[in-house]
Design a binder for this molecule. Sequence first.
Ligand SMILES: [Ca+2]
Length: 373
Amino acid sequence: MLSIVFVLSFWATNFIFYTAYTDAKDLKDSCSTCRQITDNFNKGFERTAKQNFGGGNTAWEERKLSKYETSEIRLMEIVEGLCDSSSFECNHMVEEHEEHLETWWFKRKTKHPDLFKWFCIDTMKVCCPKGTFGPDCNACVGGSERPCHGNGACDGDGTRAGHGKCSCHHGYKGEFCLDCIDGYFNEERNDTFSLCKECHASCKTCTGPTNEDCDECKPGWEENEEGACTDVDECSKESPPCKENQYCLNTDGSYSCKACDKVCSGCSGPGPEHCLACADGYKDEEGTCIDINECELADPACPGEHRECVNTKGSYKCYCVSGFEEQDGVCVPTPEPEQEPEPEPEPEPEQEPEENQEDTDSKPTDPPTHEDL
Ligand SMILES: [Ca+2]
């Protein structure tokens, strides 16, 4: 009989690496590794379903070697595809338990067609049946049929690890995930079934879906005469909550303060058309604040000679015209750039030796050597 070890021999190099962290390996990981192996086994089984011995398959071979369908050749082809070559856990598990896979293939397959159950749960004992957990595969909280009553996840579900308690899905709470969290209400409820739905946005707690079903209103909402929770309009209160140069925007359950347009001094809304007054440098024109062009006023914004006025948004700037500069508040002619005193004519450097050149540069007052000539 061909040995699967032959097929798996390339894994040996990975083995030393693997043993280093075997101890730290989680029981949950072992189960998911095993599940991956059996999933891939089932895929390999389908993949090889239409194959035969390949090459020179003949009736003689089929008689002699038994049918491909149940042959060791087929098993080996399936086993080759069980793990990624990079997965140490997977390859190690297959290598250690290859005999179990052979046993199942040749002797147990017919009686125990579910490989996952036979291999991972009953033989390897790294997994548990769905809805059970821990070393002995005990039932999860709420029972193995519907752990956590369908409203949560059982810790360790389907593995040999965990404590079997529930982490409830959003909206549910309690050991059995039958109670609703604040902001949710039980639409249906009995000892084993619970359906929690979200309250209306206005309710802190509630008994039904509308704003009339609130037990208590959320902050930002208040109970009206009919007993329903309605939005508080913070913006219409006697002392509005926003600062100067902000306007108030009411929202459901809240409000916000927005900055006024920069052309406004105080405002009731967005943009230059909701100003209460115009900011400095702006004037009201048909209900909108627009920039004042100070440079075109009858009273000149930049008095004095040689001055130039440049209008800006909300202001203006005064410059001296070209050739003049600001001095003590008036524009005076810009002085001509001071002429450097004419330096003594430098000696022609090209015939000068290097040393003398440096000497000349560092002592410019020394009489140039050429003058002696
Ligand atoms: Ca509001």
